[in-house]
Design a protein. Structure first.
Length: 264
């Protein structure tokens, strides 16, 4: 059944990926473990299943030229501020569309990420971030300017909709103030990315770009991990190991210093 999923049509892909199949298997494994503990089945059959392997690839990051082209394509509408915030904070899609103005401090250039918006069969639901913890990010001045532009655009939309405006205090929302649907946000950003002449990239690529740039410029791994909202720095290191050439060079330089230094 699990291997049959590899031939099933995905929502936006030709086939469901091996990674998704492994996620399904994980849920199934938890269910069958519970059934085993309740003595409803003699053994968890998932113990005998060999799952499909996932091809490991370095995460895709945008080049400086690609970042410039994307920003120019988005300039002038709400996607510009969203792209700026994704590049400046590495926040996940659900965290960005759940962000409220009360969590943004324009004076001290910071924001607090305390929730995420997810799409379910029953509709949109606000929940805690992926690791369940609230985190604060310091913002660069470029994103502050983008947020101020976004706030001005919302003020105009609020004036036009008048009493029909749904004021939920959201930073990124529909013209009437209601939540964006996360899937639709991703589709809009992908269209902007393609218009900028960029291939093999998505909204999540902006998160990877943020993390890779920080690590390759020497920002400590624990600081980057905390900024991304990872539960463990080891997760960050595993995903972005390719972005640590400077650390590797420093290790080599330290080795030279030890070898060439005075004998104790």
């Amino acid at each position: 059944m699990l291997y049959g999923l590899l031939r099933a049509t995905g929502k936006r892909r030709k086939h469901i990926s091996a990674r998704t199949v492994r996620h399904v298997a994980g849920v199934l494994n938890v269910c069958l473990n519970k059934a085993f503990k309740l003595e409803l089945i003699p053994v968890n059959p998932m113990l005998r299943v060999e799952l499909p392997s996932v091809e490991k690839r370095d995460v895709r990051s945008l080049t400086p030229d690609e970042i410039h082209r994307l920003r120019e394509v988005c300039r002038g509408d709400w996607t510009f501020a969203l792209v700026e915030m994704a590049l400046a904070t590495g926040a996940r899609r659900g965290e960005l569309v759940a962000l409220q103005w009360a969590e943004v401090d324009l004076i001290h250039a910071s924001l607090t990420i305390s929730k995420s918006l997810e799409q379910t069969a029953a509709g949109l639901r606000v929940k805690r971030p992926k690791n369940g913890k609230t985190r604060t990010c310091t913002l660069p001045q470029s994103s502050i300017a983008a947020l101020q532009f976004q706030r001005d655009q919302q003020a105009e939309a609020r004036r036009l909709f008048a009493g029909d405006y749904q004021d939920r205090g959201l930073v990124f929302c529909q013209p009437d103030g209601s939540h964006h649907e996360p899937d639709l946000v991703s589709q809009v950003i992908v269209r902007r990315i393609r218009k900028a002449g960029i291939t093999d990239a998505s909204l999540h690529t902006l998160r990877h770009t943020h993390a890779s740039n920080l690590l390759s410029n020497g920002v400590p791994l624990p600081a980057v991990s905390a900024r991304l909202g990872h539960s463990d720095p080891n997760v960050t290191a595993r995903i972005y190991s390719h972005a640590l050439p400077a650390d590797d060079q420093r290790a080599a330089d330290t080795g030279d210093a030890i070898i060439d230094g005075p004998v104790q």
